[in-house]
Design a binder for this molecule. Structure first.
Ligand code: 0WE
Length: 255
């Protein structure tokens, strides 16, 4: 029997079969979890619905994380369908494209700062607020995805680095606030992975190659690497872990 058997999981952030969120979905499905998905717009709905169907999920909900009404409606639909929730996976980030190129000072407008922090960090707080009532009396777990740019000034990552730093602090404050309700909150800081979000980012391929050259494991991490660690962190196997950022980066940060 899988180590997530009986767990009801909401996964926010699947865009394609290359999404890190999809790697997490596959690992959790393999371990016996029951899954629900969200999509941010009609174009993504077409992509997410067949993926959801392939893991036996028909609970596929519209959710723009910047809309409080969408968040309320999504958790109301989960309450209706499941009556409870064990796990939320938050794998959402966005900054305007022009903010992810060039120098930090030049590229960081007030508007780009606000959008990056709203979509990439505040959304975790908002989802936690919606999920917590459905997690009462269960061993709830919330997981988000971060990146090394939260703690190091990675070239061109720019305002996303600030948003990820905020997201990591968000993990700690949520863990402190929701811990008394038995809800754990953690993050995975993943090494760079080629996904739709990474497509078109200047120099991304070079960066992947560089990381694979120097990381202790001498390779890039995969969606499956992150998925397996995510399944562990959201399962009862990790019952004593909260407020943590786990690096799934082949040792790059260390080495
Ligand atoms: O968090 C990220 C990227 C998230 C992301 C991607 C995009 C592309 C399309 C956020 N916003 C946007 N906006 C868009 O318009 N990563 C960890 C991947 C990533 O992105 C980088 C990286 C790495 C690694 C950007 C610059 C440098 C390194």
């Amino acid at each position: 029997m899988g180590f997530m058997t009986g767990k009801k999981v909401l996964i926010v952030g699947v865009a394609t079969e290359r999404s890190i969120a999809w790697g997490i979905a596959e690992a959790m499905h393999r371990e016996g979890a029951e899954l629900a998905f969200t999509y941010a717009n009609d174009k993504l709905k077409e992509r997410v619905e067949p993926l959801a169907a392939s893991v036996g999920s028909s609970l596929v909900l519209p959710l723009d994380v910047t809309k409080d009404d969408d968040i309320d409606a999504a958790f109301a639909a989960i309450q209706q369908a499941w009556g409870a929730l064990d796990v939320v996976v938050h794998a959402v980030a966005f900054a305007p494209r022009e903010a992810l190129a060039g120098g930090f000072v030049q590229s960081t407008s007030r508007e780009a700062f606000a959008i990056a922090h709203d979509v990439s960090s505040y959304s975790l707080t908002a989802l936690a607020r919606g999920a917590a009532p459905l997690m009462q009396g269960r061993a709830g777990a919330i997981l988000t995805l971060s990146y090394l740019g939260a703690v190091r000034a990675i070239p061109s990552y720019n305002v996303m680095g600030l948003a990820k730093a905020s997201l990591e602090a968000n993990v700690r404050f949520l863990a402190a606030d929701l811990g008394p309700q038995g809800i754990r909150v953690n993050g995975i800081s993943a090494g760079p992975i080629k996904t739709l979000a990474a497509a078109g980012i200047g120099g991304f391929r070079k960066m992947l190659a560089r990381v694979a050259e120097v990381a202790p494991l001498r390779r890039n991490v995969t969606q499956a690497d992150v998925g397996n660690a995510a399944a562990f962190l959201c399962s009862d196997l990790a019952s004593g872990i909260t407020g943590e950022i786990l690096y799934v980066d082949g040792g790059f940060k260390m080495g």
